[in-house]
Design a protein around this ligand. Structure first.
Ligand code: GDP
Length: 138
């Protein structure tokens, strides 16, 4: 069990200026910010980040969406971070997400679903290292 996860506050949330509200929701649930920045995915970064989905029908749409405008990326810390964060964000499809989850509150549809959360300790480590060196983690 690891105590860190990686998140992306996705383009539509940042475009609306709601990243502060979402960060607040993370800290209200006990997640501490280890590293944080605003950035915009290049096509190459997005293809690599979502490589696991490269054969899925929604892959090209996903690349277009995630590269469309800036995002906020962060490493978060809490006991049992990966599992607890997935619970906090809710199902991939906001329409199916439980009340009170971030995707229910801020997500628009199965693609524009507000936030990313790593699905394993290993991926949390890999994804965080794409964006932050060890000197940028506090
Ligand atoms: P997650 O772990 O809950 O983010 O879900 P996945 O790893 O399965 O999918 C990665 C991302 O691809 C999701 O967060 C959505 O933004 C997008 N996505 C997943 N499934 C679909 C789909 O069926 N259609 C579309 N258009 N996008 C999807």
């Amino acid at each position: 069990m690891s105590n860190r996860t990686f998140t992306i506050i996705k383009p539509e949330v940042v475009a609306k200026g709601f990243e502060g509200k979402v960060l607040d929701a993370f800290s209200e649930r006990g997640f501490r910010v280890v590293a944080l920045k605003k950035t915009q995915f290049s096509l190459e970064q997005a293809s690599r980040f979502y490589a696991i989905h490269k054969d899925r029908p929604f892959f090209q749409g996903l690349l277009k969406y995630i590269t469309s405008s800036p995002v906020v990326v962060a490493i978060l810390e809490k006991e049992n971070a990966v599992q607890d964060f997935r619970k906090l964000i809710g199902s991939t499809n906001p329409a199916e997400a439980e009340e009170g989850t971030i995707r229910k509150k801020f997500g628009s549809n199965i693609e524009q679903n507000a936030v990313h959360g790593s699905d394993s300790d290993e991926n949390a480590q890999i994804e965080g290292s794409y964006f932050f060196s060890l000197f940028e983690q506090y």
